[in-house]
Design a protein around this ligand. Sequence first.
Ligand SMILES: Nc1ncnc2c1ncn2[C@@H]1O[C@H](COP(=O)(O)OP(=O)(O)OP(=O)(O)O)[C@@H](O)[C@H]1O
Length: 269
Amino acid sequence: MVPVVELRDLDHLYLTDREAILALKGLNLAVDAGEFISLVGPSGCGKTTLLSLIAGLLSPSRGQVLLHGKPITGPTPEIGYMLQQDYLFPWRTILSNAQLGLELTGRLNEESSLMVQDLLDGMGLGNTTNQYPHQLSGGMRQRVALVRTLATDPDLLLLDEPFSALDYQTKLQLEDLVVDTLRQRGKTGILVTHDLSEAIAVSDRVIVLAAKPGRIRSTYMIPDNIRQMQPFYAREEEGFNELFQEIWRDLETLEERGLKNVSHANSEG
Ligand SMILES: Nc1ncnc2c1ncn2[C@@H]1O[C@H](COP(=O)(O)OP(=O)(O)OP(=O)(O)O)[C@@H](O)[C@H]1O
């Protein structure tokens, strides 16, 4: 089976007036269809750079980023990107915001508009379609952003800390919703998070990155009993705390070198 995303000997170098920064070095990784992985690691280990390379917003300095076996040459509707900020337009209604991706890719029609309304219904936003973003809570707005991302039916979702600005309860609810939605639709997901508990609860695999240069330090497969549960309940599963401690110790080695930036709260981010 061809992986959805594959990184081959990937390096990324930023050149500034004063220096060259090797943000990523020698990354090799394959993510299969339907898999959900999380990237954790210290500030500056290249998480955002990596997502930008996969999204086609940056070109690698060396090596390749492949989508379904073909090099990524620029942004494509096959990849959806969800960020910490929802970036809803204040002057557009919720429905019109949720339809934006379809509009920009020339695919907005009666049928796709009904599909967006169904998605909004499914996320408990059915009665907000004519409202404006300022009338919604942070969690509701992030759900609209999720609908907007899913509406174009991307194969792969890149999630750059989409839950980190939310209060704890909303964050847990949204984690469940996102994971359920992605699993039901067979989507592939790559999440960047500073919350180790979240990474373990939502993923099939957790990848720990080290910095200077950014590289893969270790990979942890999440046991079946944890990954088959909804994220909220996964945290109660046998083995969760032990795995948390194991990865935490791994990150602590980075901290001793002044490199860690991941939340220890085995619940709160
Ligand atoms: N546009 C840029 N120009 C020069 N250097 C950059 C640029 N963007 C990132 N870097 C550098 O590349 C390295 C990786 O940065 P990146 O933002 O990808 O890390 P990160 O893991 O996402 O960090 P954080 O967790 O703090 O968001 C850092 O050393 C950073 O200073």
